[in-house]
Ligand binder design. Structure first.
Ligand SMILES: [Zn+2]
Ligand SMILES: [Zn+2]
Length: 379
C-alpha cells in the first residue's frame, strides 16, 4: 500500500505543477520572435541565421521593472520609445538608465496604441510586443485617430493617418505607377516571383478603393519606387540587420518604399526553412497602406498593425484597414463592405468558439485526472 501511496503522491505533484504552468512568466515570454518560430520549423542549418536584433532581445531582462528601477541598458529602451514616437528627447531624462515617470507614460501610450493591457509596467505581454519585429514607421504620426464601434461586430477600430491626412490627389478613378529599383533587388527570389507578390499586394488595396496600380519600367519616373536596402541608405532611417525593423514607406505623395535587404524574405514558407523568414507579401501589403496614407492601427488583426512575427502571413485587409483607406479615397464601386463584415464576423465567432472549447476541454481533462488521483490517495 505504501509504494502505491508514494507513487500516487508523486503523480499528484506532477499534475499540480502542470496545472500551475500557465502562471509562469517564462511561458508567456515564449511568444518572442525567436521562440515563436522555433516551434514552426524543423531544426536545421537555418538555425544560425536567427541573429535577431540583439538590443531588442536584451529588453527581456527588464521584465516587471517599474518606476524608480535603475538598470543598466534602460537608456536603450528609452531610445526605442523615442525612435517610434512615444518619448520626446526632452522628456526622456537625457536617456538615463532610470525608469522614470516619462518612461511610464510612454509605456501607457505604447500599450494603448498596440491594443495591449494598459498597465504602465513592463509586463510580459508588453516586453514580448517590444521585442517583436516591426515596421520602421513611427506610431505617433496620425493626425486623426478614429475609434469606433460597430453594432454588428462589437469591435473598436483604430485606423489612423499621417499628420495633415495626406493622400494622392489624382482625381477618381486614379492610376498610380510603381517600379522596382534596378540596383536594389534581392537575388535569391526570382524577379517574376517578386513582381507577382507585389501585384497581389497592390490588387488587395485596389479592390476596395477607386485607385489602380500599374507596374512601369522607368524607376525614376514611377509614383511608387520599391527597393531592398541595407543599413544606412541615405534617408535618415537606417535598417538594422536581421529582424528588428523590417521595412518602411513614406506618406503621400512621396512614393519611397524600402525593404530591409538583410531580412530573409520569403514567398513560400514550405520552400523557405529559415526561422527568421519574413513573408514578403504581408510586408508589401502593409507598406502599401503607408504609401496610400494610412498610419498604424491598434487592431491586432489589421494589416496596418505595426508588428509581424517571422514565418507569419497576414495579407487579408480587415474592416479596420478598409474603412481607413476608404475614408481617404472612397469605395471601389464593385466592393461591398457588408461581405467583409459577414466573413470577419463569422471567422471571429468561429475562432473564439473553437479556442474556448479547446481550453475548457483541456481544463476538464486535467481536473478529472486530479480528482481521480485524490480518490486513489484516499483509498
Ligand atoms: Zn508600418
Ligand atoms: Zn529607407
Amino acid at each position: 500500500m505504501r509504494p502505491l501511496l508514494l507513487f500516487g503522491s508523486s503523480v499528484f505533484v506532477v499534475v499540480l505543477l502542470l496545472l500551475c504552468r500557465p502562471c509562469f512568466p517564462a511561458r508567456i515570454l515564449a511568444g518572442s520572435a525567436a521562440s515563436v518560430i522555433q516551434s514552426d520549423s524543423p531544426p536545421g542549418d537555418h538555425d544560425k541565421d536567427v541573429s535577431h536584433n540583439a538590443t531588442w532581445q536584451d529588453f527581456a531582462r527588464f521584465l516587471d521593472a517599474g518606476v524608480g528601477a535603475h538598470m543598466a541598458g534602460m537608456s536603450e529602451l528609452k531610445r526605442y520609445f523615442t525612435r517610434f514616437g512615444y518619448l520626446s528627447l526632452s522628456d526622456s531624462g537625457n536617456l538615463t538608465d532610470v525608469f522614470d515617470r516619462s518612461l511610464e507614460s510612454a509605456l501607457v501610450k505604447y500599450q494603448t496604441n498596440l491594443g495591449l493591457a494598459v498597465t504602465g509596467k513592463l509586463d510580459a505581454g508588453t516586453i514580448t510586443a517590444i521585442m517583436s519585429p516591426r515596421c520602421g514607421v513611427r506610431d505617433d504620426i496620425e493626425g486623426q485617430v478614429v475609434p469606433g464601434h460597430h453594432a454588428l461586430l462589437k469591435a473598436t477600430r483604430h485606423y489612423a493617418y499621417f499628420y495633415g491626412r495626406p493622400r494622392w490627389t489624382r482625381g477618381s478613378p486614379a492610376t498610380l505607377t510603381y517600379a522596382f529599383s534596378p540596383n536594389h533587388m534581392i537575388r535569391y527570389i526570382g524577379p517574376g516571383e517578386v513582381r507577382a507578390v507585389f501585384q497581389r499586394a497592390f490588387s488587395r488595396w485596389s479592390a476596395v478603393i477607386p485607385v489602380s496600380f500599374k507596374e512601369v519600367e522607368e524607376y525614376a519616373k514611377a509614383d511608387i519606387r520599391i527597393g531592398f536596402y541595407g543599413g544606412d541608405h541615405g534617408d535618415g532611417e537606417p535598417f538594422d540587420g536581421v529582424l528588428g525593423v523590417l521595412a518602411h514607406a513614406f506618406s503621400p505623395e512621396n512614393g519611397r518604399f524600402h525593404l530591409d535587404a538583410a531580412e530573409r524574405w520569403s514567398v513560400d514558407f514550405k520552400a523557405e526553412r529559415s526561422k527568421a523568414a519574413v513573408d514578403l507579401e504581408s510586408v508589401a501589403t502593409h507598406e502599401i497602406g503607408h504609401v496610400l496614407g494610412l498610419a498604424h492601427s491598434s487592431v491586432k488583426e489589421a494589416v496596418m498593425y505595426p508588428s509581424l512575427s517571422p514565418r507569419t502571413r497576414k495579407v487579408e485587409l480587415r474592416i479596420d484597414d478598409v474603412e481607413g483607406v476608404q475614408a481617404l479615397y472612397g469605395s471601389n464601386p464593385n466592393f461591398k463592405l457588408s461581405s467583409l463584415f459577414e466573413s470577419e464576423n463569422s471567422s471571429n465567432l468561429g475562432g473564439l468558439g473553437l479556442r474556448d472549447i479547446r481550453q475548457s476541454s483541456m481544463w476538464a481533462t486535467a481536473s478529472s485526472a486530479a480528482v481521480v488521483l485524490v480518490i486513489l490517495l484516499c483509498v
